[in-house]
Design a protein around this ligand. Structure first.
Ligand code: MG
Length: 277
């Protein structure tokens, strides 16, 4: 029997521009439309960043509120996950939108080098973001850029500092962080299974390895992330025409691995989130 795969679409991020790919949605209206197409194509979870009019990243709660409102109206039941990532603000600014009570938010449980900077997540900031999530009933998606972050997340879940069961995303292919490496990926999966047997997980590959991580995740029973935040191309020669096109690529791969794209009720049940209103 085929098992469900939650397809996450990371629509915008904080780096890609219209010059990289004109399909990158920047305005709130573009983000809602792009998510709607991706939702119709089979995505049931949307990972969101917001940008100012000039395209620079921000963590402005007012923009996040307008985006959430549009997504709830046009994509009924989709799981909305807001980014607390480090390019959109400094320190606690990064969690200013958690009071909007999105169903999920990203939480990196350690620091790591990125291509040109340090992605800094101090123990204090991690604890503060986690406490805000807990108080606003927000389930974290743990962003694991290396093995220590998986251990840290498991420790926090056991201490009741985050809402469980754990959901972890293994990120591979960011320059200067963990490369795309199959034995390491398998070790991530087996370690998470050992530390937190009830955890769910997603694989995210950056750039041309997006599809590599899609395949490995389908094969090993995880969930998939795609979208223009991580990769703007279908192949070396072709820009992805939309977020929906990248989602479609994962949908097409599913049957090869005995999987099918999760429906809204399936995705919510898998993540132990309430059924859609
Ligand atoms: Mg992000």
């Amino acid at each position: 029997m085929s098992t469900a795969c939650i397809i996450t679409v990371a629509i915008t991020g904080s780096l890609p521009t219209k010059a990289n790919n004109p399909a990158v949605p920047i305005s709130i209206a573009e983000q809602v439309e792009s998510t709607h197409e991706a939702f119709e194509a089979g995505a049931t979870l949307v990972h969101c960043h917001v940008r100012r009019e000039d395209g620079t990243p921000t963590s402005d709660p007012e923009r996040f509120a307008r985006l959430m409102d549009g997504l709830h109206r046009h994509c009924p039941g989709i799981i909305v996950q807001l980014s607390t990532g480090g390019r959109s603000g400094a320190g606690r600014e990064r969690g200013g939108m958690l009071a909007l009570r999105p169903e999920m938010a990203s939480l990196a449980t350690g620091s790591v080098n990125f291509p040109t900077r340090i992605y800094e997540n101090s123990p204090d900031l991690i604890d503060w973001l986690a406490a805000e999530m807990l108080s606003h009933d927000v389930k974290p998606e743990i962003e694991a850029f290396d093995l220590s972050m998986i251990f840290k997340a498991s420790e926090m879940a056991k201490a009741g500092l985050i809402q469980g069961p754990l959901h972890v995303q293994f990120v591979m292919g960011v320059k200067n962080a963990m490369p795309v490496d199959r034995p390491t990926f398998e070790y991530y999966v087996s370690t998470l299974r050992r530390l937190a047997p009830d955890a769910t997980w997603t694989g995210a590959g950056i750039g041309r390895d997006q599809i590599t991580l899609n395949r490995w995740s389908l094969e090993l029973g995880g969930h998939c992330r795609t979208g223009l935040e991580d990769n703007v191309r279908l192949d070396r020669h072709t820009l992805a025409p939309s977020n929906a096109a990248l989602v479609h690529r994962v949908v097409e791969l599913c049957p090869e691995y005995g999987r099918h794209p999760a429906s809204v009720p399936e995705a919510r049940a898998l993540l132990s989130l309430p059924a859609a209103a």
